[in-house]
Design a protein around this ligand. Structure first.
Ligand code: GDP
Length: 198
């Protein structure tokens, strides 16, 4: 699939505003500042498709991108989550929208969970994995900012995460990624291809 043809479709504040639930889509989630926007931009070879933000946690909308003009294959940027300055009430609202989307979106084929390789499996990540497990939704984990660690340390982190998720190995896959160095782009695209092609 041609990920570089991805283009912005629509921003939805709630499930009700999402585009028609047809075709196939893949959602990207991650704790704020984990590197989710940078990962989407690297995968689509675009500088600013998903907005990387200096104030983490500002994007509260579900953003839809179509692959080319055909809107039946989509990438979905879920709201970043967990930035300390956001009031509790808003956090709970995000959580509700995320859960609603993950539980009810029939076209959703898989979830890409973006984690900072230096701080994987946060409370937010565990919550997302729990939801995915409930829905039997496949998950691909990008351990991003891998360039921030020495190769040995990055491999250690990868192994630790794999070991932690061993019991879910049918549904969950993990890889190292760096948007900065464009490391792991082909591996990630291959996984997305599997979900988006029928
Ligand atoms: P988001 O909030 O999850 O969308 O995170 P962003 O993509 O906006 O990235 C948060 C910060 O991490 C920004 O300052 C990015 O430049 C930086 N960043 C993201 N990916 C990488 C990466 O692969 N390597 C390095 N060194 N920095 C990264």
């Amino acid at each position: 699939l041609n990920y570089h043809t991805a283009r912005f479709m629509i921003s939805a504040p709630t499930l009700a505003h999402c585009p028609a639930d047809q075709g196939r889509e893949i959602a990207f989630a991650g704790r704020s500042n984990a590197g989710k926007s940078s990962a989407i931009n690297a995968l689509t070879q675009q500088k600013a498709l998903a907005r990387t933000s200096k104030t983490p946690g500002r994007t509260q909308l579900i953003n839809f991108f179509s692959l080319g003009e055909d809107t039946s294959r989509r990438l979905v940027d879920l709201p970043g989550y967990g930035f300390a300055k956001v009031p509790e009430k808003i956090k709970l609202e995000w959580q509700r929208h995320l859960a609603e989307y993950l539980q009810h979106r029939a076209s959703l084929q898989g979830l890409v969970l973006v984690m900072d390789v230096r701080h994987p499996l946060t409370e937010f990540d565990e919550m997302m994995l729990g939801w995915a497990d409930e829905q039997e939704m496949p998950v691909h984990i990008l351990l991003t900012k891998a360039d921030k660690l020495k190769p040995g340390a990055a491999r250690n982190s990868l192994q630790q995460v794999r070991r932690r998720l061993q019991e879910w190995e049918d549904l969950v896959s993990v890889q190292l990624f760096s948007a900065l160095k464009r490391q792991g782009v082909d591996e990630a695209r291959a996984r997305l291809d599997g979900w988006l092609s029928s």
